[in-house]
Write a protein that binds this ligand. Structure first.
Ligand code: X2X
Length: 337
């Protein structure tokens, strides 16, 4: 992935200033907001977040100082989730599955092999499934989610030990997964030995062989340089994943309606641009990762789906989410079992 020097400096500049504790250009801002995320500076999430923050600050004529804290600067996902719940942090982008530790219903967008393509993903997430999840978030927490979910992509499995060709290759595999009951259940259904580790600690867990494997979209593998500690990448597309752009309700309600509308417009617009960036990156990175020494293999999704079915993974989660929510999901995916 080629970032021009200017792009990196521009992104870093727009982000580093407040994070370095330096007074931003809007020292006298009426409203200061902190947004944290867990991704490297080079990931499209942070390029778009820097642009978005600059646009919010400029268009509000300095009334808002929107500060971006990337790459786990404020703590890991578990830390930032508790910070945004309390209002110590104002905004946070988080996978629906990790959010599931607080709002279980949010995990439904991560059902294994559910979305056949991005057409189904965005129809669902910008449609009734996204609306259903956002309603549950608002009802069940001090948080709310902006309408346009940001993208992470389809997740692939990497290891330092062997390619994953069939579900049997996952048996006993020490695989790192994000802290979420859903991820645990999926990889237990594959008879792996899942280890829940926050993303902030993933590189070192793989480097020290605490874990032999992990699973993430290619854009994350590349921008977090996981190819330095992982040899094999198996294209499983076992799950689509995103990032809800979460806000603390009380923090956001400090704003008058016109500034709420301004912030909302920019966050959703940045999310749509980030989706395009992430898809382009995920589609185009295999060649670059191969030149950096990663060995790729494809897999037969049906074999992995059959393994989940046999472990009653779909039936169990259908029961947990309930018929109504499952019906909304299948409205976009078709019958899943
Ligand atoms: O923790 C991960 O693997 C990551 C970066 O993909 C998420 O935030 C879910």
């Amino acid at each position: 992935m080629k970032l021009t020097r200017r792009q990196i400096i521009a992104t870093a500049g727009a982000i580093a200033l407040p994070a370095a504790g330096l007074k931003s250009a809007h020292a006298a801002a009426e409203f200061t907001f902190k947004y944290g995320n867990n991704l490297p500076l080079a990931h499209p999430m942070n390029q778009r977040a820097a642009e978005m923050a600059a646009a919010i600050n400029a268009e509000s004529k300095g009334r808002i100082d929107f500060q971006v804290y990337p790459n786990n600067q404020l703590g890991n996902d578990t830390d930032m989730l508790s910070q945004v719940r309390s209002g110590a942090l104002d905004f946070f982008t988080l996978s629906p599955l990790i959010l599931g530790t607080l709002v279980p219903a949010a995990q439904i967008s991560g059902v294994g092999f559910a979305f056949k393509d991005y057409g189904q993903v965005w129809a669902a997430m910008d449609g009734d499934l996204g609306a259903h999840v956002r309603k549950q978030i608002a009802a069940g927490s001090t948080l709310f989610a902006f309408e346009k979910i940001w993208d992470n992509g389809y997740r692939q499995i990497t290891t330092s030990t062997k390619p994953i060709a069939t579900p049997d290759d996952l048996k006993g595999l020490k695989i790192r997964i994000p802290p979420s009951p859903f991820w645990v259940s999926m990889f237990k259904a594959f008879e792996s030995s899942p280890l829940t580790i926050n993303f902030a600690e993933v590189y070192s867990a793989l480097q020290t062989k605490v874990a032999d494997a992990q699973e993430n979209p290619l854009a994350i593998i590349a921008t977090a340089k996981l190819n330095e500690v992982q040899k094999f990448c198996s294209i499983t597309n076992h799950m689509w994943d995103g990032f809800w752009f979460l806000g603390n309700k009380r923090s956001f309600d400090r704003l008058p309606q016109d500034l709420k509308d301004l912030v909302t417009r920019h966050i959703n617009a940045a999310g749509l641009k980030q989706r395009d960036d992430v898809k382009k990156l995920n589609d185009g990175l295999m060649g670059e990762l191969k030149t950096k020494g990663m060995a790729f293999n494809t897999t037969d999704a049906e074999a992995f789906r059959a393994k989940l079915r046999a472990a009653s993974f779909y039936a169990d989660w259908h029961k947990k989410f309930g018929n109504e929510a499952w019906g909304v999901l299948e409205k976009y995916t078709g019958k899943l079992v």
